[in-house]
Ligand binder design. Structure first.
Ligand code: C2O
Ligand code: CU
Length: 493
Protein backbone atom coordinates (compact mmCIF):
# COMPACT_ATOMS: atom_id res chain seq x y z
CA UNK A 1 0.00 0.00 0.00
CA UNK A 2 1.49 3.30 -1.04
CA UNK A 3 -0.64 6.03 0.46
CA UNK A 4 1.41 8.85 -1.02
CA UNK A 5 -0.18 11.05 -3.59
CA UNK A 6 1.78 11.85 -6.71
CA UNK A 7 3.83 15.05 -6.57
CA UNK A 8 2.17 18.09 -8.06
CA UNK A 9 4.24 18.06 -11.24
CA UNK A 10 2.95 14.61 -12.14
CA UNK A 11 -0.23 16.17 -13.41
CA UNK A 12 -0.14 16.70 -17.11
CA UNK A 13 -0.48 19.97 -18.89
CA UNK A 14 -3.66 18.59 -20.42
CA UNK A 15 -5.18 18.36 -16.96
CA UNK A 16 -4.60 22.03 -16.47
CA UNK A 17 -5.97 22.91 -19.87
CA UNK A 18 -9.08 20.87 -19.29
CA UNK A 19 -9.74 22.65 -16.07
CA UNK A 20 -8.67 26.11 -17.04
CA UNK A 21 -12.26 27.31 -17.18
CA UNK A 22 -12.81 26.01 -13.68
CA UNK A 23 -9.74 27.80 -12.39
CA UNK A 24 -10.83 30.99 -14.02
CA UNK A 25 -14.19 30.77 -12.30
CA UNK A 26 -12.35 30.20 -9.04
CA UNK A 27 -10.41 33.41 -9.44
CA UNK A 28 -13.60 35.30 -10.11
CA UNK A 29 -14.97 33.89 -6.91
CA UNK A 30 -12.07 35.34 -4.96
CA UNK A 31 -12.04 38.62 -6.83
CA UNK A 32 -15.75 39.20 -6.91
CA UNK A 33 -17.84 37.13 -4.56
CA UNK A 34 -20.97 38.28 -6.39
CA UNK A 35 -20.22 35.87 -9.25
CA UNK A 36 -21.26 33.08 -6.90
CA UNK A 37 -24.79 33.89 -7.88
CA UNK A 38 -24.71 32.31 -11.32
CA UNK A 39 -26.47 29.57 -13.15
CA UNK A 40 -28.21 26.94 -11.13
CA UNK A 41 -25.92 24.21 -9.91
CA UNK A 42 -26.52 20.63 -8.90
CA UNK A 43 -24.72 20.24 -5.64
CA UNK A 44 -23.21 17.38 -3.74
CA UNK A 45 -26.41 16.99 -1.76
CA UNK A 46 -28.36 16.19 -4.92
CA UNK A 47 -25.73 13.82 -6.35
CA UNK A 48 -25.33 11.94 -3.12
CA UNK A 49 -28.47 9.88 -3.65
CA UNK A 50 -27.49 8.66 -7.13
CA UNK A 51 -26.10 5.18 -7.74
CA UNK A 52 -22.29 5.07 -8.00
CA UNK A 53 -22.13 8.48 -6.40
CA UNK A 54 -18.62 9.84 -5.87
CA UNK A 55 -19.86 10.80 -2.41
CA UNK A 56 -20.35 7.23 -1.23
CA UNK A 57 -18.35 6.86 1.99
CA UNK A 58 -15.43 4.47 2.56
CA UNK A 59 -14.70 4.01 -1.17
CA UNK A 60 -11.19 5.45 -1.18
CA UNK A 61 -8.12 4.87 0.95
CA UNK A 62 -7.02 7.69 3.18
CA UNK A 63 -4.45 9.78 1.31
CA UNK A 64 -1.37 10.96 3.20
CA UNK A 65 0.06 14.34 2.27
CA UNK A 66 3.57 14.15 0.76
CA UNK A 67 6.34 15.57 2.89
CA UNK A 68 8.23 18.58 1.69
CA UNK A 69 11.96 17.97 1.47
CA UNK A 70 14.41 20.79 2.08
CA UNK A 71 16.13 22.20 -1.00
CA UNK A 72 19.18 22.43 1.21
CA UNK A 73 20.26 22.15 4.80
CA UNK A 74 23.14 24.19 6.09
CA UNK A 75 24.36 25.58 9.42
CA UNK A 76 21.55 23.76 11.21
CA UNK A 77 18.85 25.38 9.06
CA UNK A 78 16.54 23.56 6.65
CA UNK A 79 15.50 25.63 3.65
CA UNK A 80 12.26 24.83 1.82
CA UNK A 81 10.81 26.28 -1.39
CA UNK A 82 7.08 26.46 -1.85
CA UNK A 83 4.96 27.81 -4.68
CA UNK A 84 1.56 29.15 -3.74
CA UNK A 85 -0.39 28.38 -6.86
CA UNK A 86 -3.40 26.98 -8.58
CA UNK A 87 -3.72 23.25 -8.92
CA UNK A 88 -6.07 20.39 -9.55
CA UNK A 89 -7.08 17.90 -6.90
CA UNK A 90 -8.80 14.61 -7.50
CA UNK A 91 -11.18 14.59 -4.58
CA UNK A 92 -14.27 13.00 -6.08
CA UNK A 93 -13.29 9.86 -7.99
CA UNK A 94 -13.45 10.72 -11.68
CA UNK A 95 -13.63 14.49 -11.19
CA UNK A 96 -11.05 17.23 -11.05
CA UNK A 97 -11.40 20.00 -8.53
CA UNK A 98 -9.60 23.31 -9.12
CA UNK A 99 -7.88 24.45 -5.95
CA UNK A 100 -5.37 26.90 -4.62
CA UNK A 101 -2.59 24.97 -2.95
CA UNK A 102 0.90 25.08 -1.54
CA UNK A 103 2.81 23.36 -4.33
CA UNK A 104 -0.58 23.20 -6.04
CA UNK A 105 -1.94 20.39 -3.86
CA UNK A 106 -4.71 20.09 -1.28
CA UNK A 107 -3.98 19.72 1.56
CA UNK A 108 -0.50 21.17 1.15
CA UNK A 109 2.67 19.15 1.72
CA UNK A 110 3.55 18.31 5.31
CA UNK A 111 6.56 20.08 6.77
CA UNK A 112 8.41 18.09 9.43
CA UNK A 113 10.65 20.04 11.77
CA UNK A 114 12.74 19.38 14.87
CA UNK A 115 12.97 21.50 17.96
CA UNK A 116 16.24 23.42 17.97
CA UNK A 117 16.63 23.27 14.21
CA UNK A 118 15.39 26.37 12.40
CA UNK A 119 13.54 26.27 9.11
CA UNK A 120 13.24 28.83 6.35
CA UNK A 121 10.24 28.40 4.11
CA UNK A 122 10.58 30.48 0.94
CA UNK A 123 7.04 31.10 -0.26
CA UNK A 124 6.55 32.33 -3.83
CA UNK A 125 3.16 33.75 -4.61
CA UNK A 126 2.19 32.50 -8.08
CA UNK A 127 -1.43 33.55 -7.66
CA UNK A 128 -2.98 36.67 -9.11
CA UNK A 129 -3.83 38.13 -5.71
CA UNK A 130 -2.09 38.83 -2.39
CA UNK A 131 -1.35 35.89 -0.14
CA UNK A 132 0.69 35.17 2.97
CA UNK A 133 1.44 32.33 5.37
CA UNK A 134 0.65 32.04 9.06
CA UNK A 135 2.25 29.25 11.10
CA UNK A 136 -0.67 28.53 13.40
CA UNK A 137 0.51 27.58 16.89
CA UNK A 138 4.11 28.56 16.22
CA UNK A 139 6.38 30.72 18.33
CA UNK A 140 7.36 32.96 15.45
CA UNK A 141 8.83 36.51 15.38
CA UNK A 142 6.13 39.03 14.47
CA UNK A 143 7.62 39.82 11.06
CA UNK A 144 7.32 36.13 10.08
CA UNK A 145 3.98 35.38 11.66
CA UNK A 146 1.80 36.06 8.64
CA UNK A 147 0.00 39.06 10.12
CA UNK A 148 -3.08 39.71 7.93
CA UNK A 149 -1.60 42.97 6.61
CA UNK A 150 1.84 41.52 5.75
CA UNK A 151 1.17 40.08 2.36
CA UNK A 152 3.18 38.65 -0.49
CA UNK A 153 2.27 40.39 -3.73
CA UNK A 154 1.62 38.30 -6.85
CA UNK A 155 4.96 37.29 -8.33
CA UNK A 156 6.84 38.12 -5.13
CA UNK A 157 8.48 35.85 -2.55
CA UNK A 158 8.82 36.00 1.20
CA UNK A 159 11.21 33.87 3.23
CA UNK A 160 9.50 32.86 6.45
CA UNK A 161 11.95 32.04 9.16
CA UNK A 162 10.76 29.60 11.83
CA UNK A 163 13.00 29.16 14.88
CA UNK A 164 11.30 25.86 15.94
CA UNK A 165 12.24 26.73 19.46
CA UNK A 166 9.20 25.27 21.17
CA UNK A 167 7.97 21.88 22.32
CA UNK A 168 6.88 19.17 19.91
CA UNK A 169 3.42 19.95 18.59
CA UNK A 170 1.10 19.54 15.65
CA UNK A 171 1.07 22.99 14.04
CA UNK A 172 -0.35 24.00 10.69
CA UNK A 173 0.29 26.67 8.12
CA UNK A 174 -2.29 28.56 6.11
CA UNK A 175 -3.10 31.72 4.19
CA UNK A 176 -3.96 34.78 6.28
CA UNK A 177 -4.32 37.72 3.87
CA UNK A 178 -6.99 39.85 5.44
CA UNK A 179 -10.63 39.56 4.51
CA UNK A 180 -10.67 36.40 2.44
CA UNK A 181 -9.30 33.53 4.49
CA UNK A 182 -12.74 31.88 4.44
CA UNK A 183 -12.23 31.43 0.70
CA UNK A 184 -8.51 30.82 0.48
CA UNK A 185 -8.49 28.11 3.15
CA UNK A 186 -11.65 26.59 1.74
CA UNK A 187 -10.01 26.43 -1.71
CA UNK A 188 -6.99 24.70 -0.27
CA UNK A 189 -4.30 26.96 1.18
CA UNK A 190 -3.34 24.96 4.27
CA UNK A 191 -0.96 22.23 5.33
CA UNK A 192 0.39 20.35 8.34
CA UNK A 193 3.58 21.35 10.16
CA UNK A 194 4.74 18.66 12.54
CA UNK A 195 7.34 19.59 15.11
CA UNK A 196 9.22 16.80 16.92
CA UNK A 197 11.47 16.89 19.98
CA UNK A 198 13.50 14.57 22.17
CA UNK A 199 11.12 14.43 25.08
CA UNK A 200 8.40 13.15 22.84
CA UNK A 201 10.75 10.61 21.25
CA UNK A 202 11.65 9.16 24.64
CA UNK A 203 8.00 8.21 25.16
CA UNK A 204 8.00 5.37 22.58
CA UNK A 205 4.89 6.70 20.90
CA UNK A 206 3.83 5.21 17.56
CA UNK A 207 5.98 6.58 14.70
CA UNK A 208 6.29 6.68 10.96
CA UNK A 209 3.28 5.10 9.28
CA UNK A 210 1.65 4.63 12.68
CA UNK A 211 1.72 8.38 13.34
CA UNK A 212 -0.94 9.80 11.05
CA UNK A 213 -2.10 13.40 10.46
CA UNK A 214 -5.82 13.65 9.73
CA UNK A 215 -7.02 16.98 8.36
CA UNK A 216 -10.79 17.35 8.59
CA UNK A 217 -12.81 19.84 6.56
CA UNK A 218 -16.37 20.03 5.33
CA UNK A 219 -17.00 20.95 1.72
CA UNK A 220 -19.71 21.10 -0.91
CA UNK A 221 -19.40 20.52 -4.63
CA UNK A 222 -20.85 21.72 -7.89
CA UNK A 223 -21.91 19.27 -10.58
CA UNK A 224 -18.59 19.63 -12.41
CA UNK A 225 -16.65 18.58 -9.30
CA UNK A 226 -15.53 22.09 -8.34
CA UNK A 227 -15.83 23.22 -4.75
CA UNK A 228 -19.02 25.09 -3.99
CA UNK A 229 -18.85 27.97 -1.57
CA UNK A 230 -21.61 30.24 -0.31
CA UNK A 231 -20.86 32.94 2.20
CA UNK A 232 -22.80 33.16 5.43
CA UNK A 233 -21.23 35.66 7.81
CA UNK A 234 -23.47 34.76 10.70
CA UNK A 235 -23.42 30.96 10.62
CA UNK A 236 -20.18 30.41 8.73
CA UNK A 237 -19.87 27.94 5.87
CA UNK A 238 -21.39 24.46 6.29
CA UNK A 239 -20.56 21.78 3.76
CA UNK A 240 -22.45 18.55 3.26
CA UNK A 241 -19.38 16.38 2.70
CA UNK A 242 -16.55 15.56 5.12
CA UNK A 243 -13.07 15.38 3.64
CA UNK A 244 -10.17 13.79 5.47
CA UNK A 245 -6.78 14.65 3.96
CA UNK A 246 -8.68 15.69 0.86
CA UNK A 247 -10.70 12.47 0.41
CA UNK A 248 -14.44 11.99 0.88
CA UNK A 249 -15.08 10.02 4.12
CA UNK A 250 -12.23 7.61 3.40
CA UNK A 251 -11.23 4.25 4.84
CA UNK A 252 -7.90 3.48 6.41
CA UNK A 253 -6.41 0.03 6.81
CA UNK A 254 -5.00 -0.36 10.30
CA UNK A 255 -3.00 -3.14 11.89
CA UNK A 256 -3.88 -4.49 15.31
CA UNK A 257 -1.59 -2.17 17.18
CA UNK A 258 -1.36 1.29 18.68
CA UNK A 259 -1.72 4.34 16.39
CA UNK A 260 -1.08 8.00 16.99
CA UNK A 261 -3.78 9.96 15.18
CA UNK A 262 -3.26 13.72 14.92
CA UNK A 263 -6.50 15.52 14.20
CA UNK A 264 -6.69 19.03 12.79
CA UNK A 265 -10.03 20.70 12.27
CA UNK A 266 -9.39 22.79 9.15
CA UNK A 267 -13.10 23.41 8.54
CA UNK A 268 -14.27 26.97 8.04
CA UNK A 269 -16.81 26.91 10.84
CA UNK A 270 -17.82 23.35 11.67
CA UNK A 271 -17.23 21.74 15.06
CA UNK A 272 -16.94 17.99 15.55
CA UNK A 273 -17.54 15.66 18.44
CA UNK A 274 -15.56 12.56 17.52
CA UNK A 275 -16.59 9.12 18.76
CA UNK A 276 -14.91 5.86 17.88
CA UNK A 277 -17.56 3.24 17.08
CA UNK A 278 -20.24 3.42 19.71
CA UNK A 279 -18.03 5.48 21.99
CA UNK A 280 -14.90 3.39 22.62
CA UNK A 281 -12.24 4.79 24.85
CA UNK A 282 -9.30 6.59 23.23
CA UNK A 283 -6.34 8.24 24.94
CA UNK A 284 -5.70 11.90 24.29
CA UNK A 285 -2.00 12.71 24.61
CA UNK A 286 -1.73 16.21 23.17
CA UNK A 287 -3.61 19.39 22.32
CA UNK A 288 -2.72 22.46 20.20
CA UNK A 289 0.56 23.28 21.93
CA UNK A 290 1.90 19.75 22.43
CA UNK A 291 1.84 16.97 25.01
CA UNK A 292 -0.50 17.00 28.00
CA UNK A 293 0.95 16.19 31.41
CA UNK A 294 -0.69 12.77 31.35
CA UNK A 295 -2.75 10.80 28.85
CA UNK A 296 -6.46 11.46 29.27
CA UNK A 297 -9.06 8.79 28.51
CA UNK A 298 -11.99 10.06 26.45
CA UNK A 299 -15.02 8.56 24.76
CA UNK A 300 -16.05 11.80 23.10
CA UNK A 301 -13.58 14.24 21.57
CA UNK A 302 -14.80 17.76 20.72
CA UNK A 303 -12.79 19.49 18.02
CA UNK A 304 -13.53 23.10 17.08
CA UNK A 305 -12.17 24.93 14.03
CA UNK A 306 -8.35 25.23 14.07
CA UNK A 307 -7.92 23.02 17.15
CA UNK A 308 -5.64 19.98 17.14
CA UNK A 309 -6.01 16.90 19.26
CA UNK A 310 -3.73 13.87 19.26
CA UNK A 311 -5.12 10.48 20.18
CA UNK A 312 -3.61 7.08 20.80
CA UNK A 313 -6.00 4.46 19.53
CA UNK A 314 -5.39 0.81 20.35
CA UNK A 315 -6.69 -1.33 17.51
CA UNK A 316 -5.68 -4.54 19.35
CA UNK A 317 -9.10 -4.42 20.95
CA UNK A 318 -10.69 -5.27 17.58
CA UNK A 319 -10.73 -8.54 15.66
CA UNK A 320 -9.21 -8.62 12.16
CA UNK A 321 -11.94 -7.79 9.68
CA UNK A 322 -13.63 -5.28 11.99
CA UNK A 323 -14.70 -2.00 10.42
CA UNK A 324 -14.83 0.81 12.96
CA UNK A 325 -16.33 4.13 11.96
CA UNK A 326 -15.21 7.33 13.57
CA UNK A 327 -18.42 9.30 14.00
CA UNK A 328 -19.09 12.98 14.37
CA UNK A 329 -21.88 13.16 16.94
CA UNK A 330 -22.62 16.74 15.86
CA UNK A 331 -23.03 15.85 12.18
CA UNK A 332 -26.05 15.86 9.93
CA UNK A 333 -26.80 12.55 8.18
CA UNK A 334 -24.25 13.19 5.39
CA UNK A 335 -21.55 14.50 7.75
CA UNK A 336 -21.90 11.97 10.58
CA UNK A 337 -19.20 9.57 9.38
CA UNK A 338 -15.64 10.87 9.27
CA UNK A 339 -13.43 7.87 8.44
CA UNK A 340 -13.62 4.09 8.72
CA UNK A 341 -10.78 2.04 10.18
CA UNK A 342 -10.53 -1.42 8.61
CA UNK A 343 -8.65 -3.68 10.98
CA UNK A 344 -6.32 -6.14 9.27
CA UNK A 345 -4.14 -8.95 10.59
CA UNK A 346 -0.62 -8.15 11.72
CA UNK A 347 1.01 -5.74 14.09
CA UNK A 348 2.50 -8.53 16.23
CA UNK A 349 5.76 -6.93 17.32
CA UNK A 350 4.44 -3.90 19.12
CA UNK A 351 6.88 -1.49 20.69
CA UNK A 352 4.72 1.60 21.11
CA UNK A 353 2.63 1.87 24.25
CA UNK A 354 0.40 4.35 26.00
CA UNK A 355 2.71 6.23 28.35
CA UNK A 356 2.03 5.33 31.96
CA UNK A 357 1.99 8.35 34.20
CA UNK A 358 3.58 11.68 33.49
CA UNK A 359 4.63 12.69 29.96
CA UNK A 360 5.79 16.19 30.87
CA UNK A 361 5.43 18.92 33.49
CA UNK A 362 3.69 22.07 32.34
CA UNK A 363 5.56 25.30 33.01
CA UNK A 364 4.36 27.36 35.95
CA UNK A 365 3.04 30.71 34.81
CA UNK A 366 3.80 34.06 36.41
CA UNK A 367 0.76 35.49 38.25
CA UNK A 368 -1.51 37.50 35.91
CA UNK A 369 -0.92 41.26 35.63
CA UNK A 370 -4.33 42.20 34.33
CA UNK A 371 -7.76 40.83 33.79
CA UNK A 372 -9.65 41.70 30.61
CA UNK A 373 -13.06 40.83 29.32
CA UNK A 374 -13.74 40.44 25.61
CA UNK A 375 -17.38 40.34 24.58
CA UNK A 376 -18.06 38.37 21.39
CA UNK A 377 -21.02 39.91 19.60
CA UNK A 378 -22.74 40.26 16.25
CA UNK A 379 -23.29 43.79 14.99
CA UNK A 380 -26.28 43.81 12.67
CA UNK A 381 -25.98 47.52 11.85
CA UNK A 382 -25.32 48.62 8.27
CA UNK A 383 -23.29 45.54 7.34
CA UNK A 384 -23.36 42.37 9.37
CA UNK A 385 -20.08 42.03 11.20
CA UNK A 386 -18.72 40.30 14.26
CA UNK A 387 -16.95 42.20 16.99
CA UNK A 388 -14.70 41.69 19.96
CA UNK A 389 -15.34 44.14 22.78
CA UNK A 390 -17.53 46.22 20.44
CA UNK A 391 -14.79 46.63 17.83
CA UNK A 392 -14.02 45.15 14.45
CA UNK A 393 -10.49 44.71 13.10
CA UNK A 394 -8.58 47.90 12.44
CA UNK A 395 -4.94 47.35 11.53
CA UNK A 396 -4.09 50.95 12.42
CA UNK A 397 -5.16 50.46 16.02
CA UNK A 398 -3.46 48.46 18.76
CA UNK A 399 -6.12 47.05 21.05
CA UNK A 400 -3.93 45.77 23.86
CA UNK A 401 -0.25 46.14 24.81
CA UNK A 402 0.89 43.41 27.17
CA UNK A 403 4.47 43.27 28.47
CA UNK A 404 6.83 40.57 27.29
CA UNK A 405 7.11 37.71 29.77
CA UNK A 406 3.89 38.49 31.64
CA UNK A 407 0.54 36.77 31.74
CA UNK A 408 -3.03 38.10 31.87
CA UNK A 409 -6.46 36.64 32.40
CA UNK A 410 -8.62 36.99 29.31
CA UNK A 411 -12.30 36.29 29.59
CA UNK A 412 -14.01 35.36 26.35
CA UNK A 413 -17.60 36.23 27.04
CA UNK A 414 -20.06 34.96 24.42
CA UNK A 415 -23.59 36.36 24.61
CA UNK A 416 -24.13 35.51 20.90
CA UNK A 417 -25.79 32.37 19.64
CA UNK A 418 -22.78 31.05 17.68
CA UNK A 419 -19.71 29.19 18.82
CA UNK A 420 -16.46 31.15 18.53
CA UNK A 421 -13.14 29.32 18.36
CA UNK A 422 -10.88 32.09 19.68
CA UNK A 423 -7.25 32.01 18.56
CA UNK A 424 -4.15 33.96 19.60
CA UNK A 425 -1.17 34.28 17.26
CA UNK A 426 2.46 33.73 18.16
CA UNK A 427 1.81 32.65 21.76
CA UNK A 428 0.10 29.97 23.76
CA UNK A 429 -2.37 30.06 26.62
CA UNK A 430 -3.86 27.84 29.28
CA UNK A 431 -7.55 27.46 29.94
CA UNK A 432 -8.29 28.51 33.49
CA UNK A 433 -12.04 28.43 33.89
CA UNK A 434 -15.32 27.84 32.10
CA UNK A 435 -18.59 29.32 33.25
CA UNK A 436 -20.36 26.16 32.09
CA UNK A 437 -18.43 23.67 34.22
CA UNK A 438 -14.99 22.25 34.79
CA UNK A 439 -12.18 22.57 32.28
CA UNK A 440 -11.74 19.12 30.75
CA UNK A 441 -8.29 17.62 31.50
CA UNK A 442 -7.80 17.36 27.72
CA UNK A 443 -7.92 21.19 27.58
CA UNK A 444 -5.50 21.73 30.45
CA UNK A 445 -2.34 21.65 28.36
CA UNK A 446 -1.00 24.41 26.08
CA UNK A 447 -3.61 25.78 23.71
CA UNK A 448 -3.78 28.41 20.99
CA UNK A 449 -7.47 28.07 20.13
CA UNK A 450 -10.47 27.45 22.38
CA UNK A 451 -14.13 27.03 21.50
CA UNK A 452 -16.43 29.39 23.39
CA UNK A 453 -20.02 28.13 23.38
CA UNK A 454 -23.08 30.39 23.11
CA UNK A 455 -23.81 31.85 26.53
CA UNK A 456 -20.43 30.77 27.88
CA UNK A 457 -17.50 32.64 29.40
CA UNK A 458 -14.11 30.97 29.06
CA UNK A 459 -11.13 32.41 30.92
CA UNK A 460 -7.71 31.79 29.45
CA UNK A 461 -4.25 32.84 30.60
CA UNK A 462 -1.98 33.82 27.70
CA UNK A 463 1.74 33.92 28.31
CA UNK A 464 3.28 36.77 26.30
CA UNK A 465 6.45 35.04 25.20
CA UNK A 466 8.81 34.71 23.43
CA UNK A 467 8.73 37.76 21.09
CA UNK A 468 7.74 41.40 21.12
CA UNK A 469 5.77 42.89 18.25
CA UNK A 470 2.38 43.04 16.63
CA UNK A 471 0.17 39.97 16.50
CA UNK A 472 -3.55 39.40 16.15
CA UNK A 473 -6.16 37.39 17.97
CA UNK A 474 -9.41 36.46 16.31
CA UNK A 475 -12.25 34.08 15.85
CA UNK A 476 -11.23 31.09 13.72
CA UNK A 477 -14.71 30.59 12.32
CA UNK A 478 -13.23 32.00 9.13
CA UNK A 479 -16.28 33.99 8.05
CA UNK A 480 -16.26 35.65 11.47
CA UNK A 481 -12.55 36.46 11.38
CA UNK A 482 -12.84 37.95 7.90
CA UNK A 483 -15.75 40.17 8.95
CA UNK A 484 -14.07 41.41 11.23
CA UNK A 485 -13.78 39.48 14.46
CA UNK A 486 -10.12 40.22 15.03
CA UNK A 487 -8.12 42.58 17.22
CA UNK A 488 -4.47 43.48 17.39
CA UNK A 489 -2.04 43.22 20.25
CA UNK A 490 1.48 44.49 20.56
CA UNK A 491 3.78 42.74 22.97
CA UNK A 492 6.15 45.37 24.35
CA UNK A 493 9.46 45.01 26.15
CU1 C2O B 1 -5.10 29.68 12.05
CU2 C2O B 1 -4.99 33.69 12.63
O1 C2O B 1 -5.05 31.66 12.31
CU1 CU C 1 -16.75 33.49 15.71
Amino acid sequence: MNPFRPPADAWSRRDFMRNSMGSFALLCTIGAPATLKGKKVVTSAARRAQAGSPFAPFQVDLPIMPELSPVRSEHGVDVYDVDIREGIAEILPGFQTPIYGYEGIYPGPTIRARKGRAAIVRQSNRLTFDSNVHLHGGYVPAAHDGHPMDVIKPGARFDYSYPNDQDAAFLWYHDHAHGRTARTLYYGLLGAYILHDEREERLDLPRDEYDVPLILADHAFNRDGSFRYAENVDLGFRGDTILVNGAVTPRMRVERRLYRLRFLNASNARSYDLRLGQGREVMQIASDGGLLERPVARTSVPLHPAERIELLVDFRQFRPGSEIVLQNALGEPSTKSVIRFDVVRGGGSEEARVPRGRMRTLERLPAPNESRRWDLTLDTGTAVQWQIAGRGFDPTRIDVRPRLGTTELWQWHNPSNRLHPMHLHGMLFRVVERSTGVVHPGDRGWKDTIGVQPGETVTVQPWFVPYTGKYVFHCHALEHGDKAMMLQLEVVA
